[in-house]
Design a protein around this ligand. Structure first.
Ligand code: ADP
Length: 253
């Protein structure tokens, strides 16, 4: 009986590996080849023709943006491979989550416009036990999704509050929302919702898989609540840092 169970698991693991390979081939062929084709095309145009300065600038801007997108894809992909192979080192330390939230939001506010993002935190938040750089990556992914999947605007709200021994953080938007049947697959590598309204929005389907890896490595949880056409709220938890015990000092020493 045990043999049957192991075999069944073996087969489903092999199927999963084959599915991931297929997904990877389709992402590599589309997400890497499309920008490469445009990089090559615009570079060749610039080399072959004497173009007016404004045209040159326009084409160089496209080349620059595509290069940034490619670097982003490659970095996310390598980060995720490293994490899933268990090779990621987390520098866990007592981290000021409130400051981290405000810093990350400030970066996005300068890009997305000053009125787009609101912060609601119950101050002061206790410090959390976390790798600050990786938490920043989690917030950046959630914020960038909230903004890009709100093509008609709407407020994005970032909040945090103490919830037992955890801090609960949320990023809420009033964007396109997520259909209920997509919710169970949302955090899987390469998964993207097929929807006519979001077809033109770029992405790789790696961001939320990274978010899940990072939060679970912190012994936290991540989940989403969403209503199609109304918006989504992503939640995650991170543990509060253990209260620092002051070192014992003998009197008179
Ligand atoms: P990417 O954004 O690169 O496509 P993610 O892994 O970050 O990849 O997200 C996976 C998919 O989940 C997205 O393609 C989108 O369909 C859906 N999604 C994520 N965040 C949101 C959001 N805030 N609102 C609506 N859909 C979202």
């Amino acid at each position: 009986m045990a043999g049957v169970v192991i075999n069944a698991r073996d087969i489903s693991e092999r199927k999963e590996a084959a599915r991931l390979k297929d997904d990877m081939v389709s992402v590599v062929s589309h997400e890497l080849r499309t920008p490469l084709t445009s990089l090559r095309g615009f570079a060749e145009l610039l080399l072959a023709r004497e173009l007016p300065p404004e045209k040159q600038r326009q084409f160089l801007t496209i080349i620059h943006d595509e290069t940034v997108r490619l670097a982003h894809l490659i970095n996310d992909f390598l980060d995720l491979q490293r994490m899933q192979a268990g090779h990621q080192t987390y520098h866990l330390a007592c981290t000021d989550l409130g400051a981290l939230l405000r810093d990350t939001v400030a970066v996005f506010t300068s890009e997305a416009g000053p009125d787009v993002i609101r912060v609601e935190t119950a101050d002061p938040l206790p410090p959390v036990h976390a790798d600050g750089e990786r938490l920043r990556q989690v917030l950046a992914n959630l914020l960038s999704n909230a903004i890009k999947f709100s093509p008609h605007g709407g407020a994005v709200t970032v909040g945090a509050r103490l919830d037992g021994a955890q801090v609960l953080v949320w990023v809420a938007d009033q964007g396109v929302g997520i259909p209920p049947e997509a919710l169970p697959k949302l955090f899987s590598k390469f998964f993207r919702v097929e929807h006519h309204e979001t077809r033109h929005i770029g992405g790789t389907g790696l961001g939320l898989a990274l978010v899940k890896e990072i939060i679970e490595a912190h012994h936290g949880s991540v989940w989403v609540e969403s209503v199609l056409g109304k918006g989504s709220t992503f939640f995650f938890t991170v543990p509060v840092a253990a209260t620092a015990v002051p070192p014992l000092r003998a009197h008179g020493v």
